[in-house]
Design a protein around this ligand. Sequence first.
Ligand code: MG
Ligand code: ZN
Length: 223
Amino acid sequence: MSVKVISVLENILQANEQVAAENRARLDAAGVYAINMMSSPGAGKTSLIEQTLRALSPQMRIGMINGDTSAASMDAERGAQVGAKAVHINTGGNCHLEAHMVRQALAALDLSALDLIIVENVGNLVCPSGWDLGVHARVVVASVTEGDDKPYKYPNMYRVADVLVLNKIDLLPYLEFNVDYFLQGVRLLNPEVQVFQVSCRTGEGIPAWAAWLRERARHSALP
Ligand code: MG
Ligand code: ZN
């Protein structure tokens, strides 16, 4: 019984890998760089997307794919407000995005008119880490209001991250959050991860993050 369940899950993940590879090929053909932004609810993914848009557009043409468990599209609207070509995916209660959902969203965007796509995953630190969406980098957003033990409790999320953005650092003086302890946990799991410390409220650290993203996107657009 349990063996059967495992093989079904493996088939689903294999099918996902296939669609993810197709998504990546499609993005590469269009010269569009794409990232998968993941975090727990409330860490500030949408705020970071807004700040990224303010820093990089209109020089860069940016699309946003926002996944949410319901029809509530206010996050996609926030992206559109600052100039993103935004698509909202209602996952119908599903707690993570899968590659086929991103494929549908890509079909709704004019890729020839974009340089960068930011996928905002469903707020959840567990299963989104296991689903390849066919993008180029995984960005985990953490915030200092969540507690400094998150890497120790959600190791898989921190292991798959290419980039870690630690948000809300303007609040550090008021919290018990130990940045060294947090980063020690991150480095144990993922020595290579790129770390940016930012405040989406004050704008601190945003230029460094935006510059990294601009460079990455520029390289992927080269023939
Ligand atoms: Mg959001
Ligand atoms: Zn899930």
